[in-house]
Design a protein around this ligand. Structure first.
Ligand SMILES: Nc1ncnc2c1ncn2[C@@H]1O[C@H](COP(=O)(O)OP(=O)(O)OP(=O)(O)O)[C@@H](O)[C@H]1O
Length: 254
């Protein structure tokens, strides 16, 4: 059953080397329904990276449960759940095509098939013709497109994007947000999108989850009105500005 990602009552406490404890997450519950994009926004240090690391299975929560389509994923990393970070972290010694096909190769997909799938995904992110280039020959935005293609080609059940466009300039950032929307329309990918940027959070998601400062828990959830098809037009309306202002008031306790 495709129930999506369900995070239930998650608590996480760190024990520091000098014997102190830090509560990073406190009874945090949220859902990312299958085929939807949910943005998570919060102040620095509210536990966003901790949350992603727990969902990715790199770490185990102190308390709580995380299920993907009804199955617990706690402590179990898997290609089911792919991550795209702020830094594209590509393999510099591999071509663009080899970078995108890398995960498929590790899964034992035959050469012709993985090439076809990687070429298809490169076309979707707008990089046809760049297959033979090496990462250092590409701009930052193009490298991030490769990182996105490399994750999406695995067809993960959920994709995590952790401040993926934070290093890009404003105009490029908007183009990448547009790309996320168009890829979503084509693939219906389930995405958890972490960002510091309110306008970006609204631009790419079906709903925006605002976290409290540390310890992180859900403060409010804002559904974004209208369909993803009409999102570009929504971004030019007063309703968009009002929604961003409401989210800002909640985030900054105004
Ligand atoms: N290994 C650790 N040991 C102790 N405390 C930690 C550890 N990792 C994170 N923390 C603390 O847990 C809290 C949440 O950290 P986290 O990195 O998840 O926040 P964040 O919201 O991702 O921050 P930012 O937006 O600045 O990247 C912070 O107060 C941080 O200092």
């Amino acid at each position: 059953m495709n129930q999506g990602l369900v995070i239930d009552n998650l608590c996480h406490r760190f024990h520091t080397e000098n014997g102190q404890t830090v509560d990073a997450l406190n009874h945090l519950s949220l859902e990312v329904p299958a085929g939807q994009i949910v943005s998570v926004i919060g102040a620095s240090g509210c536990g966003k990276s901790t949350l992603l690391s727990l969902i990715a299975g790199f770490d185990r929560p102190t308390q709580g449960e995380i299920t993907l389509d009804g199955v617990s994923v706690v402590g179990k990393p898997s290609p089911d759940r792919c991550l795209v970070f702020q830094s594209p972290a590509l393999f510099e010694w591999l071509t663009v095509l080899q970078n995108v096909a890398y995960g498929l190769k590790r899964q034992g997909i035959p050469r012709q098939d993985r090439r076809a799938q990687a070429m298809d995904m490169l076309a979707r992110v707008g990089l046809s013709g760049f297959e033979k280039q090496y990462p250092h020959e590409l701009s930052g935005g193009m490298q991030q497109r490769v990182a996105l293609a490399r994750a999406l080609v695995m067809r993960p059940r959920v994709l995590f994007m952790d401040e993926p466009f934070a290093a890009l300039d404003a105009q490029l950032r908007q183009q990448m947000q547009q790309l996320v929307r168009s890829l979503w329309r084509e693939l219906g990918q389930t995405i958890l999108f972490v960002t510091h940027d309110i306008r970006e959070a609204v631009a790419v998601a079906h709903r925006v989850v605002v976290l409290t400062p540390r310890p992180g828990t859900v403060k409010a959830v804002f559904p974004v009105p209208g369909s993803m098809e009409n999102r570009e037009a929504f971004l030019h309306t007063d309703a968009y500005e009002t929604l961003c202002a409401q989210i800002g008031d909640t985030l900054f306790d105004r």
